[in-house]
Design a protein around this ligand. Structure first.
Ligand code: GLN
Length: 290
């Protein structure tokens, strides 16, 4: 019978002991430890459990150690593993795109609710493609367009659309600038809305995310205003504009929509009970799309 590494006097680490050691030495939570180990060892969730007693090879131990060092340095899990699930769909993410948040699923639900059969939707500042791809995946009848200023983001979004086999038209555009006089039934956006000096920009995952996707380098309302400004030229009669915003911006966004003649202006709360999305319908007085 062969002797185990421990009997030989060598120190051996298994996937199981690695989990417990990392949990005791760092503040990384159990779920994240598992996700990183699955990634480092190329194991599924089930394999990680069934192989928890197998000793790691030196190469595997080094790979595990490298990934945990990146996490300890603050790098987001989603960037380390290159993936984040949104609306049930795993999406590829890199530091060129914002990491999709569960809060934004509210925006998808509202967009789906407002989108008529065979309707058209425009996702402004699509990043990883999360909103556009989630809508197109749920509604094969929809005509989905997504734009972003960043060619790196568009490459990722295109790959994600291909991976989930959905049809989305991608356009490189600085907000509405590359669109002619097209009209959409729904315009949805999760724009950069964090004010320049907000403390959150210096904390957690946000430190690693593309700054232009997070802040307008001003009061946080610049992009929300720009999107509302152009909506009259790009919303079909009765069309909805839906925008995600910061935890304390709902009343400002309602005001900016009301000031531009939108009807049925209201906000919706996310799962944490925070007003997270505000929207309104274009009124026939300002609506200019035919
Ligand atoms: N929801 C992100 C956050 O607060 C910000 C996203 C954005 O600016 N659009 O972490």
């Amino acid at each position: 019978m062969s002797k185990s590494a421990a009997q030989d006097g060598a120190f051996s680490i298994t996937a199981g002991t690695a989990i417990e050691t990392i949990l005791s030495l760092t503040s990384i939570d159990r779920l994240d430890v598992r996700i990183l180990l699955m990634h480092a060892l190329s194991l599924s969730r089930a394999q990680l459990i069934t192989q928890s007693h197998r000793a790691l090879t030196d190469t595997e131990a080094q790979q595990v150690s490298r990934l945990f060092q990146r996490r300890i340095a603050g790098e987001p899990i989603a960037y380390i593993v290159g993936e984040r699930e949104f609306y049930g769909l795993p999406l590829h993410v890199t530091p060129d795109v914002l990491i999709p948040r569960p809060d934004t699923e509210l925006l998808v639900e509202l967009a789906l609710e407002k989108l008529p059969v065979h309707g058209s939707l425009l996702d402004m500042g699509t990043g990883s493609g999360a909103i556009a791809i989630a809508v197109a995946h749920s509604r094969a009848d929809a005509n989905v367009t997504a734009l972003d200023q960043s060619s790196a983001a568009l490459a990722i979004a295109r790959g994600n659309a291909e991976r989930h086999d959905v049809k989305v038209r991608f356009i490189q555009s600085d907000w509405y600038s590359a669109l002619s006089n097209e009209c959409f039934n729904v315009i949805a956006a999760n724009p950069p809305y964090i004010p320049e000096h907000d403390i959150h920009l210096t904390q957690g995952d946000l430190r690693f995310e593309p700054i232009s996707a997070l802040t307008d380098h001003a009061d946080g309302l610049t992009a929300l205003n720009t999107i509302a400004d152009g909506a009259a030229r790009h919303l079909a009669p009765g069309g909805w504009l839906l925008m995600e915003h910061g935890y304390n911006q709902a009343s400002s966004v309602r005001s900016l929509l009301a000031a531009r003649g939108f009807n049925d202006v209201r906000s919706w709360s996310d799962l944490a009970g925070i007003e997270r999305v505000t929207g309104g319908r274009i009124s026939s007085i300002v609506q200019a799309c035919t």
